[in-house]
Design a protein around this ligand. Structure first.
Ligand SMILES: Nc1ncnc2c1ncn2[C@@H]1O[C@H](COP(=O)(O)OP(=O)(O)OP(=O)(O)O)[C@@H](O)[C@H]1O
Length: 361
């Protein structure tokens, strides 16, 4: 624990619970993070009733911390550990499926029963089109008759509900397993279906590890040829957890040809190498821009960078995907362009075909 974290924990020792004990004494503080004066943590109450009684405690904890020198912002989320009280749970909703619990101990890397390949789709940098590629590739594989799952693990901004055009809370008839949703022939699960906007952003290591374990192990994925995981950008806790704890077939790294994107992509690739996760190939997105009016082709973000990087790393450049307004509009509409008859579906069809030929999907 860092000196900053120590200081916060010491202050929290003075925050009393209704029964006279303290947050620290009862060991209810989770995922404490202190960065640039911003303090965030989770109060994990033992049950829903106690979580509800925590309102005053949250206010007191916030006031106490805000009075400390150097603290500029305090963000606290209260969650309940274990099942909610029965009457509070509407019928059909999963009572014991609180996503974001602590991980259960696990020996070594684990696969998902019934799933042949698990492929992480990653990028070094946000906004390069990783979610767009994940959605379209999943749909293109499904159109080729493959049984495909898509797990949206982008805790910072789950975009698959929007891109795949479906957003509702999955059911759990037995209260243990989560039934995934289905869209465009793809079996789909998103962290965004299960938690309120922004909640996961405050999670750190163990909470994220627990959430990933649940999304892989508690979801009834069924028999799949391939499960694609749309990762958060960068090289954070989700990547580490998945790389260390999940039997991944490998990772696909998406980048634009821009130098800054490539520098970040390189960082991502080196992380996967350290975790012994094979980098299956690179995908260049926003490769060229073809003007819809005059047909002129422009390399807006430069050209050839991703191909050079792939050659250097001795991994295949699996696709060069054009920058096209239609692709963005399709994503915003909830019908990925790969699900349509547009010529823009073609590069995704080829990418899917290539993965099947390589025995990866
Ligand atoms: N080839 C493309 N042509 C046009 N627009 C695209 C293309 N690829 C992605 N976009 C658009 O760029 C934006 C960012 O894409 P996307 O969300 O897929 O990126 P991301 O890498 O997953 O970002 P983040 O990691 O921040 O979630 C979206 O609005 C998307 O529609």
């Amino acid at each position: 624990m860092s000196a900053d974290q120590d200081r916060i924990m010491t202050a929290l020792k003075g925050v009393q619970l209704p029964d006279g004990s303290s947050l620290v004494e009862r060991d209810l503080v989770r995922a404490l993070s202190v960065r640039d004066g911003v303090v965030s943590f989770v109060i994990e109450a033992p049950d829903a009733a106690m979580a509800q009684a925590m309102g005053g405690v949250e206010v007191a904890a916030r006031a106490k911390l805000e009075s400390l020198p150097g603290v500029t912002k305090v963000s606290i989320v209260t969650t309940a550990h274990g099942p909610a009280a029965k009457p509070a749970v509407p019928a059909g909703e999963p009572p014991s499926l609180k996503i974001g619990r602590h991980p259960t101990p696990q020996q070594g890397k684990q696969g998902v029963p019934g799933v042949r390949h698990i492929i992480a789709i990653a990028s070094g940098k946000g906004g390069v089109g990783k979610s767009t590629v994940s959605a379209n590739l999943a749909v293109a594989l499904a159109r080729q008759g493959r049984k495909v799952g898509l797990l949206d693990a982008d805790i910072y901004g789950p975009s698959q509900p929007r891109m795949m055009g479906i957003n509702k809370r999955p059911a759990s008839p037995d209260g243990q397993t989560i039934e995934p949703l289905h869209a465009h022939g793809v079996t789909l699960m998103s962290i965004g279906f299960m938690i309120p906007d922004g909640e996961a952003v405050v999670w750190r290591g163990p909470m994220l590890m627990g959430a990933m374990q649940q999304m892989l192990g508690q979801v009834a994925w069924g028999e799949l040829d391939v499960l694609l995981i749309d990762m958060p950008p960068g090289t954070g806790d989700v990547q580490l957890t998945l790389g260390q704890k999940t039997e991944l077939t490998g990772a696909l790294v998406v980048s634009t040809p821009q130098d800054v994107a490539l520098i970040d992509a390189r960082r991502g690739i080196s992380m996967f190498e350290k975790l012994n996760v094979p980098v299956l190939g690179l995908i260049e997105n926003m490769s060229t821009y073809v003007c819809p009016n005059c047909g002129h082709e422009e390399h807006i973000f430069g050209h050839g960078g991703v191909a050079e990087e792939a050659a250097k790393l001795d991994v295949p450049l699996l696709a060069e995907l054009p920058l096209a307004l239609e692709a963005r509009l399709a994503g915003d509409r909830g019908v990925p362009v790969a699900a349509t008859d547009s010529p823009l579906a073609e590069p995704y069809r080829k990418l899917a075909e290539r993965l099947v030929q390589l025995g990866l999907a």
